[in-house]
Design a protein around this ligand. Structure first.
Ligand code: BGC
Length: 871
C-alpha cells in the first residue's frame, strides 16, 4: 500500500478479497495515514474508470451506481490533493441468483457406511469451438459450490489454495459459492476443469455423541458455472459436460482421516491431453432441487496458514516414528515418503502423550488416522485434502526407511483472518497463556467458530463463542466469520423455535432446549461485534433473531423475569463439578439463567434505541427491569449476600449490575474477595464466571486479587496448563492431571477457547487498551499495573489504524506510552487517578511516581501508591 492509505475493505470484511460479493453497494472502509477532509475513489474496469469524492473513511456509502450482478472493477482511493493512489482492491458482484448451471453428481445416494471415497469430476471446453481465442477474453469467471467439500483444478493447476470449500453452513438454508478468476489459467483451444469432491460436512460423519451420516442429504454434487466475457462485451456461459472417475482418495472423513492410494492416481487428469473416454457421465441434479439460498461468503476461506517442522523426532520401540511439533494445531501432515510402489504407511495424531503413548482416548470416535499407499515415485508428496485433525504429536507407522529433514511437516489449517490484537508483558507465563488463546482461536475458527478441533464434535457451540466473542474480535478480524455464523443461527432459530445449542444444528441426541448463556449468543455476539466496530448493521441484520430470543425467554419466565425451569448448562465446567457431570456447578443454574436474561434484555433495550425503535426500547427495558427485580428478590439478601455464595454468582451480579443499591454491591464485593482469597486464589468458576471474574474483582476494588488469580499456577488456574507445557487453552482446568494422566472424564479436550476469554482482560485492563466508544473512535489507555509485572503492552488494529499502549515500571517510576491513530482521540488514565489526560492522534508518554506498598509475605504485590503525575 502507498503511504497515504493503508488497507481498504468492504463492509466488515477486513482483509478479505472483494471478488464475488453479494452487495450491490458495499460500504467502504480504509485507513488514511494522513488526515484529510475528503477522498477520491476510483473504480476502473475494461471500459474505463469512474471517479467519486467521499467524506470520512469508515463505512462510507458506495459512491457509484449500485452494481449489477457481475459488475465491478478495480478500486483505489487517495486523499483529495494527493497524487498517489492507494494499492487497489477488487470489487465485483457475484452472479446473485443468475445461475444457469445444474448440480452434477458422481454419487447420488450414499453407500450405507462410511468413510466413503472422494471422486474426480472432469469437464473440458474448447475455446475454438466457442468461436473465440484466449486473447479475445477480457474476463473469465468460475462460480462454484458443492454438496460436500471440493477442490478445483484447471489445466493441471490448482485454482485456489482454499481448503474444505464451501465450508460448513446450515446447508438446508444457505450454501456459499466462491467466484474465481479463471483468466490466468485459460489457454487457447482445449481447457479442462477438474474437481475433487468428498463427503465433508454435507454427508460425512458429523455431530455430537458419535455423530450422524448424511445429515444434509445423500448426494454428493458440484455446482459450477463458467462465464467468459469477450472484448466485444459478449458474455458466454460455457456449456459443460461432466464425467467422473474414482479418485485415489479411497476414504475420507473429517473425523476419521483420509486414505490415499497413490497407485490409483490418474496422472494429468485435469490437463487437456488426458484420455477420459472411459470416465462415467455425471448425473445432473436440477439446481431447483436445492431450496436454500446460494450466496457469497462473508468471510475468508479456510487455508494453510503456517507450516511447522517437528521439534523432536523419536524412533519408538514398536518401530513407529514419533514427531512432536511443539504446538497443538488444527491441520494435517504433509509427507514426502520414498517407498516402493504399494507400500502402505499410516499417520496417527494426538494432542498429548499419556503413559508414553499417543493420548487418543479424548478423540472418542474421531479416529484421526490417515493412510497413504506409495506410488513408488521418487518425488512423492502428500497432504490429506478432506480431513483435519487437532494434534501436536504424530506417529508415522511403517514409514519407509529413515526420516530426513523436510520429509514430514505439519500444515496449520484454519479460516484466513487478519491478526488485529497483540499482548506482551514481563511475565512469561502470561505471555504463554496469551499465545495459547491465540492458537486456540486459530485452531477453532475452521470456517465456523467451533468448540474443539480434535474429537468427534467440532461443532459451533453457541455458549463457547458467546463468552469468547470479545477476545475473538480483539485478536483477529473475525467479523466476517461471525456474520455468516449468525445468519445460520437466525435461520436455525426461526426453524426450531429457539436458538439451538450449536449452530449449524445437527439433531443427534444432545438435549436441545433454550439454554441460558448458550442461546444468549444470539444477542451478545452481534452486540460485541457492534461494540468492536461501531457498525449497527449487524444489529439490524440480527434484530429479529435477538428479539425472538429475549421474547422467548420472557415467555419461559411466565413474564415474571425469573427463569427457573428447564434444561440449563449453568456455570459449565465449574472446577468443583464432578468430571463426568460438568454441569453440576456450585452456582445455581437458574441464577445464571435469570442473570443472562437481564443482560440480553438490557442489550436489546440499547439496540432498539440505536436502531430507532423507541417502543421496543421501552418493552425490553421493562423486561430487563422485571428480570432484575426477580433476580434481586430470589437471589440477593437485603444485606447483599448472593444465593449460591460462589464466585460466579457474585461476579455475574456485580458485572451485570444486578444489585439494588451500592451498599448491597459493596457487601457482595467484600464477600467475593473473601471467597477468592479463601480459595487460595485458585479458580472456582466455570464457563460463565471465568470470563468475568477478573472484571468482577476490579469492580470489587481489587486489581491485586485479579493479579493473584491470573498468576496462580496451582490447580485449578489459568497458568496450571501453562506450567504443564500447554500450547493451547484446555477445555477443563485439569484436562491433564498433575501426574500427566488425562482427565478421566469422557469429555476432555486440550484445545477449547472458552476459558481463554480472559485474554480480553489482559488487553483491556492489564495492558489497559480499550475502546471508549463503540468502534474505537475514542480510546481509553488505562493500565492497571501490579502482580509484580514490570511491563505490559497491547496493540490493536482499530478500524482507524493501530492503537497501542505500553507501560513500564522502573526505579519507582511508571511510564505509560500511548499511540492514538489518526481520526480518533484518547484519554490516558493513570492508575488510581480520577483525572484523565486527553490526547489526540500521535504518540504520547506520561510518567508518574509509582511504588508498590511494603512487601507482605502473604500478598507480595498487594497495593500500590502513586504521587502526582509529571505529565
Ligand atoms: C462442548 C462444549 C459445550 C458443551 C455444552 C461440550 O461437549 O465441547 O464446549 O459448550 O458441550 O454442553
Amino acid at each position: 500500500m502507498s503511504s497515504t492509505i493503508t488497507a481498504i475493505w468492504l463492509e466488515n470484511r477486513r482483509g478479505i478479497d472483494g471478488l464475488g460479493i453479494d452487495e450491490p453497494a458495499p460500504r467502504l472502509s480504509f485507513i488514511p495515514n494522513i488526515p484529510s477532509d475528503a477522498y477520491e475513489v476510483r473504480l476502473a474496469d475494461d471500459s474505463g474508470s469512474v471517479l467519486a469524492a467521499v467524506r470520512g473513511s469508515r463505512l462510507v456509502d458506495w459512491p457509484f451506481p449500485p452494481l449489477e450482478p457481475r459488475e465491478g472493477g478495480i478500486l483505489s482511493i487517495r486523499p483529495v490533493g494527493q497524487e498517489l493512489w492507494s494499492d487497489p482492491i477488487r470489487v465485483e458482484r457475484g452472479i446473485g441468483d443468475m445461475w444457469s448451471a445444474d448440480f452434477v453428481s458422481p454419487s447420488i445416494s450414499a453407500p450405507t457406511t462410511g468413510p466413503r471415497p472422494a471422486f474426480l469430476l472432469r469437464t473440458s471446453f474448447d475455446l475454438a469451438a466457442l468461436g473465440i481465442e484466449r486473447s479475445d477474453i477480457v474476463r473469465a469467471r468460475m462460480y462454484s459450490t458443492a454438496h460436500g467439500v471440493y477442490e478445483l483444478e484447471t489445466n493441471g493447476d490448482a485454482v485456489t489454495d482454499d481448503r474444505l470449500a464451501p465450508g460448513w453452513s446450515s446447508y438446508r438454508h444457505r450454501l456459499r459459492y466462491r467466484t474465481h478468476d479463471l483468466l490466468p489459467l485459460l489457454r487457447d483451444g482445449d481447457n479442462v476443469i477438474g474437481a475433487w469432491l468428498a463427503d465433508g460436512w454435507y454427508r460425512g460423519h458429523i455431530g455430537f455423541d458419535g455423530g450422524l451420516w448424511d445429515v444434509y442429504g445423500s448426494d454428493l454434487a458440484l455446482l459450477l458455472q463458467i462465464e467468459l466475457t469477450t472484448r466485444a462485451g459478449q458474455v458466454i456461459t460455457v456449456p459443460l459436460d461432466w464425467t467422473w472417475h474414482a479418485s485415489p482418495i479411497t476414504a475420507a472423513g473429517l473425523y476419521e482421516g483420509e486414505t490415499y492410494d497413490a497407485t490409483l492416481m490418474p496422472d494429468g487428469w485435469s490437463a487437456p491431453q488426458f484420455d477420459a473416454s472411459t470416465w462415467t457421465h455425471a448425473e445432473v441434479l436440477p439446481r431447483a432441487s436445492f431450496t436454500g439460498r446460494i450466496e457469497a461468503p462473508t468471510a475468508g476461506p479456510v487455508r494453510l496458514t503456517e507450516t511447522l517442522s517437528p521439534k523432536t523426532v523419536e524412533r519408538m520401540p514398536n518401530g513407529r516414528i514419533r514427531l512432536d511439533f511443539g504446538q497443538n494445531i488444527s491441520g494435517v501432515l504433509r509427507i514426502r515418503p520414498r517407498g516402493p510402489r504399494g507400500h502402505e504407511l499410516r499417520l496417527h495424531h494426538a494432542e498429548v502423550i499419556e503413559n508414553g503413548q499417543l493420548g487418543t482416548r479424548p478423540l472418542r470416535g474421531a479416529t484421526s488416522v490417515d493412510t497413504y499407499i506409495c506410488s513408488g515415485r521418487p518425488d512423492e508428496e502428500y497432504a490429506p485434502r478432506f480431513t483435519i485433525h487437532g494434534f501436536q504429536y504424530a506417529e508415522l507407522e511403517n514409514w519407509p526407511g529413515d526420516l530426513s529433514a523436510g520429509d514430514v511437516e505439519a500444515l496449520v489449517i484454519h479460516t484466513h483472518m487478519d491478526r488485529t490484537g497483540w499482548f506482551k508483558s514481563s511475565h512469561e507465563g502470561l505471555n504463554q497463556l496469551h499465545s495459547n488463546v491465540v492458537w486456540s482461536m486459530r485452531d477453532n475458527f475452521v470456517d465456523i467458530p467451533t468448540d474443539c478441533p480434535q474429537r468427534d464434535e467440532r461443532v459451533g457451540w453457541t455458549g463457547d463463542i458467546q463468552v469468547f466473542a470479545p477476545t475473538a474480535l480483539r485478536l483477529f478480524a473475525a467479523h466476517g466469520t461471525l456474520t455468516g455464523w449468525l445468519r445460520d443461527l437466525a435461520l436455525e432459530q426461526a426453524e426450531i423455535g429457539f436458538v439451538p445449542q450449536f449452530v449449524p444444528w445437527v439433531e443427534c441426541g444432545f438435549p436441545n432446549f433454550p439454554t441460558a448463556a448458550w442461546g444468549d449468543a444470539a444477542v451478545i455476539v452481534p452486540w460485541e461485534m457492534y461494540l468492536n466496530d461501531g457498525d449497527t448493521t449487524i444489529l439490524e441484520q440480527q434484530y429479529d433473531s435477538m428479539r425472538a430470543w429475549v421474547d422467548l425467554v420472557d415467555g419461559l419466565t411466565g413474564h415474571t423475569g425469573l427463569w427457573s425451569s428447564g434444561f440449563q448448562l449453568g456455570d459449565w465446567l465449574d472446577p468443583q463439578a464432578p468430571p463426568d457431570s460438568p454441569g453440576d456447578s456450585h452456582t445455581d443454574r437458574y441464577l445464571v439463567a435469570t442473570a443472562y436474561h437481564v443482560k440480553t434484555a438490557r442489550i436489546l433495550e440499547k439496540t432498539a434505541s440505536l436502531l430507532g425503535h423507541p417502543d421496543d426500547a421501552v418493552t425490553y427495558g421493562a423486561i430487563a427491569d422485571r428480570a432484575t427485580t426477580a433476580f434481586q428478590t430470589e437471589y440477593i439478601s437485603p444485606s447483599g449476600r448472593v444465593v449460591s455464595d460462589t464466585a460466579t454468582s457474585i461476579a455475574v451480579a456485580l458485572v451485570f449490575d444486578l444489585f439494588a443499591d451500592a451498599d448491597q454491591a459493596e457487601r457482595a464485593a467484600e464477600r467475593l474477595l473473601h471467597l477468592v482469597g479463601t480459595a487460595g486464589f485458585h479458580i472456582s468458576t466455570g464457563f460463565v464466571g471465568t470470563p468475568i471474574i477478573c472484571d468482577a474483582l476490579v469492580v470489587a476494588g481489587s486489581m491485586d486479587y485479579a493479579y493473584h488469580l491470573l498468576l496462580q499456577e496451582g490447580l485449578p488456574s489459568w497458568l496450571y496448563p501453562v506450567s504443564m507445557g500447554a500450547t493451547t487453552i484446555w477445555e477443563r482446568w485439569d484436562s491433564m492431571l498433575p501426574d500427566g494422566s488425562i482427565n478421566p472424564g469422557d469429555m476432555t479436550s486440550f484445545n477449547h477457547y472458552a476459558l481463554g476469554a480472559v485474554a480480553d482482560f489482559l488487553h483491556r485492563v492489564v495492558a489497559g487498551l480499550s475502546a471508549d466508544a463503540p468502534g474505537w473512535s475514542s480510546i481509553r489507555f488505562a493500565p492497571l499495573p501490579g502482580g509484580g509485572l514490570t511491563y505490559a503492552s497491547a496493540r490493536y488494529d482499530t478500524p482507524f489504524g493501530t492503537a497501542a499502549v505500553a507501560w513500564r515500571r522502573e526505579g519507582g517510576m511508571l511510564t505509560i506510552e500511548a499511540t492514538v491513530p489518526v481520526g480518533t482521540q484518547g484519554v490516558i488514565v493513570l492508575p488510581g487517578d480520577r483525572d484523565q489526560i486527553e490526547v489526540g492522534p500521535g504518540e504520547h508518554r506520561v510518567q508518574t511516581v509509582y511504588r508498590p506498598t511494603d512487601e507482605d509475605p502473604e500478598m507480595p504485590f498487594l497495593g500500590w501508591r502513586r504521587e502526582p503525575a509529571t505529565a
